[in-house]
Design a protein. Structure first.
Length: 331
């Protein structure tokens, strides 16, 4: 029995086990406080809401693992969505066909990757700080988007586009299927590929990684390029879900993605973290938001609770880290 427990802990990690326990506590608590919490309608609503935030969080995850940050994820996603919308409008708007939609998807992903590539090249080859680079890209993309749309919305998509944002396959929301597949691919890449190994090494110590022969510049460039790719997917999903695109869509999600990463055990200084705990952290944040909403709490209270969570996570990590250090000294 003890060996089984150790095996489970090894596979999922201590962070995941602790987060799953806390998630179970939240489910029990909100189920007791609100009879509507465990209804199919509420669970389905959470499953439709989570994927966009999840994709944006995955786009933030790798830059943080490398010791950086990507502040441009929201506006990269929005500009990718605008690219898809423009392609559909040029093909007839509501009358556009599947071929135009596929072309729009490729164009949206290309825009997302291009934005990430530019940031990656700047970070890798100019030694500029990722925060400054991504902040500059965020300002540029926001300004460009406002210029192209005059600050308004773009809508009028074919009916089948909405199916992607609101449809289900075997009662599983399509957005959740997309997020699950992307998260699985992201997990496999980080733990089973040379690029994933390089990401962790660069995040642990950039100079030592370079001296040991790891292609640090290529790794950093790919990190932000892949981050832009995920932003492109998120932008497509946002367009399909909201049936419109606007430059300011989802601005409030930026800090929540950082919170989800830290709550999921990602080291803010880089080099350590996994996808699975972050995915569980996303579910926790979604459960908190939905549970408080069902209890009639103001939406701003959810934001305050999320911020309090971040503080608690930082304090807990500090206490646990100090306790481990003291135990090692005694040994």
């Amino acid at each position: 029995m003890l060996s089984i427990v150790k095996n489970i802990t090894h596979q999922f990690g201590k962070e995941s086990i602790a987060l799953i326990g806390f998630l179970a506590f939240l489910f029990v608590t909100f189920s007791y406080l609100s009879p509507r919490f465990l209804t199919s309608a509420n669970l389905s609503s959470m499953a439709f809401q989570l994927p966009v935030l999840g994709l944006l969080t995955l786009a933030m995850l790798a830059p943080i693992l490398s010791g950086g940050l990507n502040l441009a994820i929201i506006f990269t996603a929005n500009l990718s969505g605008l690219t898809l919308a423009w392609t559909l409008l040029q093909a007839g708007g509501t009358e556009a066909g599947v071929g135009a939609f596929i072309l729009g998807i490729f164009a949206a992903l290309a825009v997302g990757m291009a934005a990430g590539l530019i940031m990656g090249l700047a970070v890798a080859y100019t030694d500029a700080h990722p925060i400054l680079v991504s902040l500059a890209m965020m300002i540029f993309l926001r300004g460009l988007g406002e210029f192209l749309t005059r600050g308004g919305d773009i809508s009028g998509f074919p009916e089948f586009v909405g199916t992607i944002g609101h449809g289900s396959i075997f009662y599983i929301p399509i957005p959740m299927i997309i997020f699950t597949l992307v998260a699985l691919a992201w997990h496999i890449m980080l733990v089973s590929s040379k690029h994933g190994f390089s990401v962790y090494m660069v995040g642990s110590n950039l100079n030592a990684s370079e001296y040991s022969g790891i292609p640090t510049k290529r790794t950093l460039t790919l990190i932000y390029t892949f981050s832009g790719l995920l932003c492109g997917i998120a932008g497509i999903l946002m367009a399909a879900r909201f049936n419109s695109v606007r430059v300011g869509h989802g601005e409030a999600l930026l800090l929540v993605t950082v919170l989800a990463c830290f709550l999921g055990g990602i080291d803010p200084f880089g080099g350590f973290g996994r996808v699975m705990p972050v995915a569980i952290a996303l579910i926790i944040l979604q459960v908190l938001s939905s549970g408080l909403n069902l209890l009639g709490a103001n939406q701003h209270l959810s934001t305050a609770v999320w911020g309090l969570f971040l503080i608690l996570v930082m304090v807990t990590r500090h206490i646990v880290g100090k306790a481990k250090f003291l135990l090692r000294r005694r040994e």
